[in-house]
Design a protein around this ligand. Structure first.
Ligand code: ATP
Ligand code: MG
Length: 274
């Protein structure tokens, strides 16, 4: 099991802003500015899971894309292991690309249908120059077994797998380059309910074994409760409340958090909303 110093901050975001401009109308063009991130700050500790919850459109995926540097920020600062990401050189950017990986929502769209599983897994190893052919093959065999599939599956194509199995492949692809932080953007919401628990359990086991940190994005507060150490609640681009699992579920402060908790199906206890 990986030895980890749980209190070390792995990733820190300070005052992130991101706006989109949407144009609508055919004859008369109207422009609408959407504040997708409006002064968002958070930190993720080593070996821990921070969940981001919030309804559709609250800015969760925008946050994920900004952290992965797939989108540029309008304003704000990001630190990974204390290093300011605005000042990274080419090597630093490559390091970051390896150490922050992503598991996507849709395991159907996120795997290239023309690539064998071995090619999908090997891609990251080649990009990051990790090992020779022999050690890459061994890493792939080890990883495919770790996610609960078989070595013979490496020779197959994505269409030969079910949704849950594809998500296992997506997880293997993210983990094979040995990242420190994995951003999971709604990793089970496209799967059958019966499969969701298996994938969540797998993510938890791998976290423990490999000492991973997760940023776990979800709109489902029931799922988050079992996955996270702490939660940030997003609403219209802002974090309206942040705290431990116990604090948020037992003593939610923000009205919006109370509304989200009250909306959980089968939840008979209702918090007061002022
Ligand atoms: N590329 C884009 N161009 C313009 N507006 C965008 C773009 N991407 C997102 N938005 C808008 O920014 C806001 C935040 O979107 P985002 O996808 O981050 O939300 P989300 O919380 O991930 O939602 P969901 O739960 O539906 O995935 C929304 O109002 C969305 O319409
Ligand atoms: Mg999203």
């Amino acid at each position: 099991m990986a030895k980890i110093n749980k209190n070390a901050v792995l990733l820190e975001a300070k005052g992130l802003y991101k706006t989109y401009t949407q144009t609508s109308g055919f004859f008369v063009k109207k422009q609408r500015v959407i504040k997708a991130l409006n002064n968002v700050s958070l930190s993720i500790k080593k070996g821990e899971t921070l969940a981001i919850v919030g309804e559709s459109g609250s800015g969760k995926s925008t946050l994920a894309r900004c952290l992965l540097q797939l989108l540029s920020l309008d304003q704000g600062e990001l630190f990974f292991k204390g290093k300011n990401l605005n000042s990274l050189d080419v090597e630093g950017k490559k390091y970051l690309k390896r150490h922050i990986q992503m598991v996507f929502q849709d395991p159907y769209a996120s795997l290239n249908p023309r690539m064998k599983i071995s090619e999908i897994l090997e891609e990251g190893l080649l990009i990051h120059d990790l090992g020779d052919k022999f050690s890459r093959d061994k890493k792939m065999r080890d990883m495919i077994k770790k996610v609960g599939l078989e070595v013979s599956d490496l020779n197959k194509y994505p269409h030969q797998f079910s949704g849950g199995q594809r998500q296992r492949i997506g997880i293997a692809r993210a983990l094979i380059v040995e990242p420190e932080l994995v951003i999971c953007d709604e990793p089970v919401s496209a799967l059958d309910v019966s499969i969701q628990a298996q994938i969540l359990l797998l993510l938890k086991e791998l976290q423990k074994e490999l000492g991973l940190s997760y940023l776990f994005i979800s709109h489902d507060l029931r799922v988050v409760r079992h996955m996270a150490d702490s939660i940030a609640v997003m609403h219209q681009g802002k974090i309206v409340e942040q705290g431990s699992i116990k604090g948020i579920y037992e003593k939610p402060k923000a009205n919006y958090t109370r509304e989200l908790l009250n909306a959980i199906p089968g939840n008979h206890f209702k918090f007061k909303v002022s």
